[in-house]
Design a protein around this ligand. Structure first.
Ligand code: NIG
Ligand code: FE
Length: 398
């Protein structure tokens, strides 16, 4: 297949710019990109079957939402009202709301219903050009429900033309009436082993926070992950700095996520470990957070920054990756080029993927064609979706 007459944002310059190539054509063979070539060099006869005339539109890598919780039961609109009445996220959590209330709803929701609901969320991301979505467990907190969530996550990738990567997030919250250390040893680690045995886990995540787990407890989960040969990532420094980030770096984390309260030392540790900082402006916005992630330190130390929705029913009920990009620019001062790198090449790296996120020969033909003149338009508008065509594995499909 040939996509003609496009401006290509290759995103192949290590996240420093768009890698723009005007007046180009992209040749696709099977599910891979074969060639990016100037339109002028194409023989007039090249490509007839399955040719797309881009008519000067912008072609980018398909977007990657590298941090979501789109498999969950119920909703937390009541909690939204409580926060508007003055309660904080932590107060709601400590009063039995928050993550553990979604745990009850997720346990009570049948697998088929969970999947139907998750598919509508995946569809919203796909409609904005997403070709890869990460999905976490973590609203089960018992072995059966953690496995149920991960099976549903895998099923999304079978039901829809999208690639799904799963993260086991058993260390997300301490279930009611259970002691945290006992939960880690007796439920979380056995659930991880069971999920891994069924091929349901691509990476292992945790939540290091006062309302969740200590670095020592997360360290035990990371030991178990390492023993299984699984990469790790961590929700760290979202509400406070407990030292989760150096721990994640010590285990060579693919990414450290949220990072509002991270220090310059944390940024240095991430740079040394090659970890991506995943910025989640939807949670920052929803929780009225004022502490911003140390973007200047990330830039200075060369920490790649990704941007994701964190779509979850509590802290980030946000179903738009384009809005996450807009917010990353407006709240955190990313350039639109950094925001697009954050949902393409750097998001791929946050998931440990080397075959997507960049337009270059040999990469997967996961692409998005946009009705825009300049790539900054993807971050600039609010609530506007300029997607023209999404291409997944070389096939145009919406
Ligand atoms: O990424 N920080 C922890 N986990 C989610 C919140 C989940 C929830 O509130 O249900 C997050 O923000
Ligand atoms: Fe999250």
């Amino acid at each position: 297949m040939l996509i003609r007459n496009v401006t290509v944002a290759t995103m192949g310059e290590g996240g420093t710019g768009y890698g723009l190539r005007p007046d180009c054509a992209v040749l696709i063979e099977g599910d891979r990109i074969a060639q990016v070539t100037p339109e002028a060099k194409l023989a007039p006869t090249t490509g007839t079957d399955g040719e797309i005339n881009g008519e000067g539109r912008l072609l980018t890598p398909g977007l990657i939402d590298c941090h979501t919780h789109i498999v969950h039961g119920g909703n937390r609109a009541r909690e939204f009202e409580m926060r508007l009445e003055g309660a904080s996220y932590e107060e709601v959590a400590r009063a039995g709301g928050g993550i553990v209330s979604t745990v009850t709803a997720t346990r009570d929701t049948p697998e088929t219903t969970l999947l139907a609901q998750a598919l509508t969320r995946a569809d919203a991301l796909i409609a904005e050009g997403a070709t890869t979505i990460e999905v976490k467990s973590g609203y089960g907190l018992d072995i059966d429900t953690e496995l149920k969530m991960l099976r549903v996550a895998r099923a999304i990738g079978q039901e829809r033309p999208v690639r799904v990567l799963t993260s086991f997030l058993g260390a997300h919250a301490v279930p009611k009436g259970v002691e945290a250390d006992a939960y880690i040893d007796d439920v979380c680690i056995p659930a991880l082993k069971a999920a891994h045995a069924e091929g349901l886990v691509d990476a292992v995540d945790g939540f290091c926070e006062g309302i969740a787990f200590t670095p020592a407890q997360i360290g035990r989960v990371f030991e178990a992950a390492q023993a299984l040969g699984l990469p790790v990532k961590l929700h760290s420094d979202q509400l406070s700095n407990l030292g989760g980030t150096p721990l994640a770096a010590q285990y060579g984390a693919l990414s450290v996520d949220h990072v509002e309260y991270s220090s310059e030392g944390d940024a240095r540790a991430m740079a040394q470990a090659g970890s991506v900082a995943v910025l989640l402006p939807g949670a920052f916005y929803t929780l009225h957070e004022t502490q911003k992630p140390p973007v200047a330190a990330f830039r200075q130390h060369g920490v790649p920054m990704a941007v994701a929705t964190d779509w979850n029913p509590g802290s980030s009920p946000m179903g738009s990756i384009l809005l996450a990009m807009n917010m990353a620019c407006t709240f955190f001062g990313l350039t639109p080029a950094e925001a697009l790198a954050g949902t393409t090449c750097h998001a791929a790296r946050a998931l440990g993927l080397q075959d997507t996120g960049v337009i270059a020969p040999g990469m997967r033909a996961d692409l998005a064609l946009w009705d825009v003149e300049a790539p900054a338009e993807l971050s600039y508008r609010i609530g506007v979706n300029p997607l023209h065509t999404r291409i997944f594995g070389g096939q145009p499909c919406q």
